[in-house]
Design a protein around this ligand. Structure first.
Ligand SMILES: [Zn+2]
Length: 148
């Protein structure tokens, strides 16, 4: 049986190769606006990953910043910007060296969890996706993070 295809979009962004089961977490980061048309595909078969999720957002081009924030939970994701049904731009995600105000510090004693302030994490190691909190200096893996 042929795999199901998500409808093509005219203009917008396609995020492919999201690890299966993480589509909701990616959406939580992207915070779609009320007017955004979002299509989700879950558990597609993939040669590289066995199972993957896909998101298509009609009428919205993600910024590089938004693209990179996805890297925390979908490090192998591929992002395509679509214009007039054609791929205008393709990029891989890359975890930013510095992540501001995006994720909460998992350390309950960290000052960022006690005061209303912006969290700042610095990337320690991009292969293990280790991030160090600027305030409590503890190191966490990207999978431990919860998005604000
Ligand atoms: Zn901290």
């Amino acid at each position: 049986m042929k795999e199901l295809k998500v409808d093509p979009i005219k203009n917008g962004t396609v995020i492919d190769h999201i690890p299966a089961g993480r589509v909701q977490r990616v959406l939580a980061i992207l915070k779609p606006r009320a007017t955004d048309v979002v299509m989700m595909g879950m558990n597609f078969s993939s040669k590289a990953m066995k199972k993957k999720d896909i998101i298509k957002i009609e009428g919205r081009e993600l910024t590089q910043n938004e693209v990179n924030s996805i890297a925390l939970i979908a490090p192998a994701a591929k992002v395509s910007i679509i214009r007039d049904f054609k791929v205008a731009q393709k990029s891989r995600v890359e975890i930013p060296k510095r992540i501001e105000g995006l994720v909460a510090c998992p350390n309950p004693k960290c000052i960022t969890n006690a005061e209303p302030m912006m969290t700042i994490f610095n990337l320690e190691d991009c292969s293990t996706r280790d991030l160090a909190c600027q305030y409590c200096e503890r190191v966490f893996t990207a999978d431990e993070m919860t998005h604000i």
